[in-house]
Design a protein around this ligand. Structure first.
Ligand code: G3I
Length: 375
């Protein structure tokens, strides 16, 4: 199993040269324009000291060839935080749109597409020499309000087919992989009770993969799930699902493990789990890694967090079929965690002032150690 090579070697060289310039220019531009504030609290602009890469290097600079180190991108950070674009460009060689490519955001009314948010991320990624991972085509969340659960199955199926086809076709050749279905399993491992399952039956999963394959035969197609990083019952069910789909000829190329983790309760045997999926002949990827700690964060909490980040990276690097480790945002300034997990936060590699945390140092250290030993 070879790792994906979404960027050419020449492209990466050019990109690496451009990154240094981008970091400097992004910082200068942001400072120079004094970006306007956003009164919306979480959307407010933040000022932070200029970012300078660690003397130890950057994540993308130390990543082994063929392994992508990515991050989710939040346009609020991109447009409001002076330090954000520079860190994004310097540290990561892959990006995922955190929200911009979700159906609700892409098609606010039937047939009217709002590509600007996703396009901004894709265009910036091209300038930064970053691969783009598409997120997400079929999900039970962020379905536009105009899609009615009362429609007959045939109409719902057609509208879903049109959505998958339009989005994959729009980004054809610019997105190397897609989360085709996201979070299709319930906690007990059965297919999750969603609008799609209720109205279209279990075949909607296979249909979505086939539609996506047709719209871009070169994009790698993933199923993406949470709570399956270790050897859980849900992971067993996911393994079974992927095995059955592939046996039926459904074009499932990869399995994404989200990795929304708690520093106090890390998953067990991530490496072994990734390996058993890889043995099915698919790629695997850590798609949404963050490691939350109880607030206020303590030095001990951040130390444990660093160990969990490092362990997940190790697991991926040890499995040849593991294409990427993507963090779900890189700064505590823009993380979804405090809004969803009460009492928790500080889940990212950089703090809210864009200072690298012990977890960032741990990842650099792991990557550097592998370089030294060639492992
Ligand atoms: O777009 C509005 C914005 O106009 C408004 O100012 C703001 C006020 O709060 O709300 C904005 O939308 C929110 C959006 O995040 C951007 O902040 C949505 O209400 C909110 O629901 C949305 O949450 C996202 C969530 O998915 C649901 O789509 C999170 O940012 C995002 O991190 C989270 O990501 C998911 C993955 O897609 C799938 N796996 C789990 C992961 C974490 O829940």
């Amino acid at each position: 199993m070879t790792r994906p090579r979404p960027l050419t070697a020449a492209g990466l060289l050019v990109a690496a040269a451009l990154v240094v310039a981008t970091v400097l220019l992004a910082g200068m531009a942001a400072v120079g324009t004094g970006r306007a504030g956003d009164p919306g609290g979480a959307g407010a602009a933040r000022s932070a000291p200029a970012y300078t890469p660690s003397a130890a290097g950057t994540l993308r600079g130390l990543a082994p060839a063929g392994t992508l180190i990515g991050t989710a991108v939040d346009p609020r950070g991109l447009n409001l935080d002076p330090a954000y674009p520079g860190v994004l460009a310097a540290e990561f060689n892959a990006v995922t749109a955190e929200n911009a490519m979700k159906w609700r955001n892409l098609e606010p009314s039937p047939g009217v597409y709002a590509w600007a948010g996703g396009d901004q991320i894709v265009d910036l990624a091209r300038r930064n020499g970053q691969a783009v991972y598409g997120h997400t085509l079929v999900w039970h969340n962020d379905v536009p309000d105009w899609v009615s659960p009362d429609w007959p199955a045939q109409r719902l199926r057609e509208v879903l087919r049109r959505h998958v086809t339009a989005v994959v076709a729009h980004y054809r050749g610019r997105v190397w992989a897609w989360d085709v279905v996201n979070e299709v399993l319930a906690e007990d491992g059965s297919l999750r009770d969603t609008l799609w399952l209720r109205k279209l039956g279990p075949g909607y999963v296979a249909d979505a993969f086939r539609w996506a394959r047709q719209a871009d035969p070169d994009a790698r197609l993933f199923v993406n799930e949470y709570g399956t990083e270790g050897r859980t019952a849900k992971a067993d069910a996911l393994l079974d699902l992927v095995r059955r789909l592939r046996a039926d000829g459904v074009p499932v190329d990869g399995v994404g493990f989200q990795g929304h983790l708690d520093a106090e309760r890390p998953p067990e045997d991530v490496r072994g789990n990734l390996r058993r999926f890889a043995a099915l002949g698919v790629r695997v990827a850590v798609t949404e890694l963050d490691v939350r700690v109880r607030l206020p964060a303590t030095a001990e909490g951040l130390r444990r967090q660093a160990a969990v980040y490092r362990e997940v990276l190790r697991a991926c690097l040890d499995v040849a079929a593991c294409a990427s480790v993507t963090v779900w945002g890189f700064t505590d300034a823009r993380s979804w965690i405090p809004g969803y997990h009460q009492g928790y936060g500080a889940a990212c590699l950089f703090d809210a002032d864009f200072r690298p945390k012990p977890a960032h140092a741990a990842l650099l250290d792991e990557l550097a150690a592998r370089r030294r030993t060639g492992g």
